[in-house]
Design a protein around this ligand. Structure first.
Ligand code: ZN
Length: 286
C-alpha cells in the first residue's frame, strides 16, 4: 500500500514537472528577448518604411532602419533585444524610409561592417547618417553582387544586387540579400524594382526562397510575375504603414501573391513579424 502511495506521488511529481517545463518553454518562445538556437528574423514594424533584424549564431545583422518618425520606436525595439553590437549593418539605399534611424543606430552601437550603395542624396537624414559614420571613423563598404557575409555555421548570406552603379532613381540601388539557413531561405529586396529584378534574373542567380520580403512595400513597380515565379515563396512579408499615402501595398501585388497561395504578413496589419528557422522549418512567433 505504502509502495503504491509512493509510486503515485512520484508519478504526480513527474506529471507536474512536465507541465511546468512545457509551460516555461511556451513562455520562452513568446519572449522575443530570449536567444534562440536557430535563425531569427524580425520584420520590425516601423510604420511606412523598412527595417529587418537578423540574428543567428550570436551574430546580428540589421537591414535598414525605418523612417525618421519611427527612430525612437526602432531604438527601443533594438534595446529590448539586448543587442551589444552589429556584425553587419546594411542601408539598402539612401531613401528616408530606410535610413531614418540609421544615424542613431551608428551612434549607439558598435558596427563591424557597414554597407550602403555609392549613391549620394542631398537630405538631412542622409547627411546625419554620414556624419555619424565620420564621427566614428567608420568606412563605408560598397555592396556588390557575390559579396558574402559571415553569419556563422550553417548559414550563407549573399548579395544579389545592385548590379549597376547607375540608375535614374534611388530604389534600384537597393541591396538584395539572400540568406540560407540549413534548408530554409530568406530573400531581402529593399525597394528594388523590376529593373533590378530582371538584372538579377539575367545573372542567373538561384532566387528560390521560402520567405520573400516583398520589394518596395508591395508597390506595383516591384514583384514582376517572372521574379515572383523564380522566388516562389511560401511566405511574403510586406513592410508598410497603416493608411500610407502611397497606397502600399498595391492591389496588383496582393493579387499576384494570392494567386500563388502565398501566406501574406503585413507590418501594418500584424505589427512586428518574427520568423524563426531551425534549419528545416520556419515558424512564426505569435
Ligand atoms: Zn522604401
Amino acid at each position: 500500500m505504502n509502495f503504491i502511495k509512493k509510486y503515485f506521488s512520484l508519478l504526480l511529481i513527474i506529471i507536474i514537472s512536465i507541465f511546468i517545463t512545457s509551460g516555461c518553454t511556451s513562455s520562452i518562445s513568446s519572449n522575443t528577448t530570449e536567444p534562440y538556437n536557430g535563425l531569427k528574423v524580425h520584420y520590425i514594424d516601423v510604420g511606412q518604411g523598412d527595417s529587418e533584424l537578423i540574428q543567428v549564431n550570436g551574430k546580428n545583422l540589421l537591414i535598414d532602419a525605418g523612417p525618421n518618425e519611427s527612430r525612437d520606436k526602432l531604438m527601443s525595439y533594438l534595446k529590448k533585444q539586448n543587442i551589444k553590437k552589429f556584425d553587419y549593418v546594411i542601408a539598402t539605399h539612401p531613401d528616408e524610409d530606410h535610413i531614418g534611424g540609421m544615424g542613431d543606430v551608428i551612434k549607439k552601437y558598435p558596427i563591424d561592417k557597414f554597407y550602403t550603395p555609392k549613391k549620394i542624396v542631398n537630405t538631412k537624414t542622409f547627411k546625419y547618417m554620414i556624419q555619424q559614420l565620420r564621427n566614428k571613423n567608420m568606412k563605408i563598404d560598397t555592396p556588390e553582387p557575390g559579396i558574402k557575409l559571415d553569419l556563422g555555421k550553417n548559414t550563407t548570406a549573399e548579395m544579389l544586387a545592385p548590379n549597376s552603379m547607375n540608375y535614374p532613381d534611388t530604389n534600384n540601388y537597393s541591396v538584395v540579400l539572400k540568406i540560407t539557413y540549413g534548408n530554409t531561405k530568406f530573400l531581402f529586396t529593399g525597394d528594388a524594382e523590376k529593373t533590378s529584378e530582371s538584372e538579377i534574373i539575367d545573372k542567373g542567380y538561384d532566387l528560390s526562397a521560402d520567405v520573400l520580403k516583398v520589394g518596395h512595400h508591395g508597390s506595383s513597380g516591384s514583384t514582376s510575375q517572372q521574379f515572383l515565379d523564380k522566388v516562389d515563396p511560401k511566405i511574403a512579408i510586406i513592410s508598410c504603414g497603416k493608411n500610407n499615402k502611397y497606397g502600399h501595398p498595391h492591389k496588383k501585388t496582393i493579387n499576384k501573391l494570392k494567386k500563388k497561395n502565398i501566406q501574406i504578413y503585413r507590418t501594418d496589419v500584424d505589427g512586428t513579424i518574427i520568423l524563426m528557422s531551425n534549419g528545416s522549418k520556419i515558424s512564426k512567433n505569435e
